[in-house]
Write a protein of this length. Structure first.
Length: 158
């Protein structure tokens, strides 16, 4: 019986392909696309340095160390500090299903300006059947731990 010998060149190629296969096997999960489902998150992060919140001509803005609401036609029961606290406590919970008729309603659009960012974060609020749906960054959420009248007190139709 004749012995077949494997040359060192062939053996090197086998080792190289075996190593490449192991690398591929160990990193297989990085090649499979993950389904991106939004997670519950605070509306504003604790690390965010808020400058102002705008909705149309209305705004909540930082003035030195305090806050002021501008363009209010009448005094609101929600003062600037209470409005700011509502934004900081608000949580966005992922929405499993969106009502079909929700897009027929005109949303309340607010822009949040943070220090160090060149563009504001846009939040579209859709009140519907006792809940407030929020669309931001092309994802849908349900507003928790805050109400629309405390976030946007200048809207008397809330």
């Amino acid at each position: 019986m004749a012995k077949t010998r494997i040359s060192s060149r062939v053996m090197n190629n086998i080792v190289i392909f075996a190593m490449l296969f192991m690398i591929l096997l160990f990193n297989l999960d990085s090649f499979i696309p993950e389904k991106t489902t939004p997670q519950a998150r605070p509306m504003l992060s604790q690390d965010d340095y808020l400058l102002r919140i705008e909705q149309g001509q209305y705004r909540l803005e930082r003035v030195g160390q305090s806050w002021r609401q501008s363009q209010l036609e009448s005094t609101s029961t929600t003062g600037p500090d209470k409005q700011l606290a509502a934004w900081q406590q608000a949580v966005l919970s992922p929405a499993d299903a969106i009502p079909q008729d929700i897009t027929s309603v005109e949303p309340y659009v607010a822009v949040v300006w943070l220090a160090g960012e060149t563009q504001g974060q846009v939040f579209a609020f859709y009140p519907h059947a006792g809940q407030t749906y929020v669309k931001t960054q092309k994802q849908w959420f349900i507003l928790k731990q805050a109400t629309l009248p405390t976030l946007l007190p200048w809207n008397t139709t809330n």
